[in-house]
Design a protein around this ligand. Sequence first.
Ligand code: AVJ
Length: 325
Amino acid sequence: MSTAATARKQASSFLKDVITGLNASPKYLSSKYFYDAKGDALFQQIMQCREYYLTRCEMEILSRQSGDMAAVLAASGGEPFDLIELGAGDASKSFHLLKELLHRGTLHRYYPIDISANIIAHLEHTLPAKLPGLQMEGLNGDYLEMLQQTRNYARRKRVIMFMGASIGNFTPPEALQFCCKLRQQMLPGDMLIIGFDLKKHPRIILPAYNDAQGITRAFNLNLLHRINRELEANFNADNFDHYPVYDPQSGSCKSYLISLTEQVVEIGGGMATVRFKKDEPLYMEISQKYTVEEIHQMMESAGFSPVRQFYDSKRWFTDTVWQCL
Ligand code: AVJ
């Protein structure tokens, strides 16, 4: 499909999803739409926030243990493999692993997949210069669709990476279903690396989604601004409050925007009219936390066997390696 056709298709499903979510009861929006150019920039700022520990923990794992990880990936078989990264972002974390794999000569080609066309263009422009010898092909689109598309490529051993606790944006049943779908795309010998944020004291988790500078608040409100910009809507972001909650029992951290007044919003230049009551919540995002036991249970029911878990020094985060038998 051409870039223009892809963009049109993305715009029409954005409108459809927004209208569906705002007409539902309770109301919701999908966090996958957070990442336009402004949202990407705000997320970069979140990752730098003092309270947002996830990125620092995972960066520590990859900067210190990429050598071990590369050895674990290369162990079975030894022949060069393709590395497919779902939601590669700026690849600043996978960079360490890519370097180790190139050094060992075990990487055939790197395929970063991202829903942001910006990010993929940027990676293709900058990464080969920083990693001499790197062969890469960026894929812009939905993870599973793009993964499906690579099924026609010459088949080598594959390692699929899904880092950054992105899996946390699924509810546990959705995460299980997603892992089952990944499993269907994989063959015996292929491997999967997933990053999970672990359950820990609520006083550590909640502030990560409610930073004092208000960047996370701006990140959430940016989706309303994006809807205004792209879908001819008239949200007044000042009429919504950012409200995150964490439930230590289920491990779900959810963020809401609370309507501060009774208000009416038009979307699609009058195509849809949405009414909010005063104090009505709009569900924006889940960031699910797991225990190590819960991770094992889910991954094994999706058909994966454990290879190795990597932890940061605080044991707040884990990058887990799995194998298909
Ligand atoms: C990109 C899904 C890992 O849930 O921690 C950060 C997104 N949302 N602050 C997360 C996010 C609010 C982030 N993930």
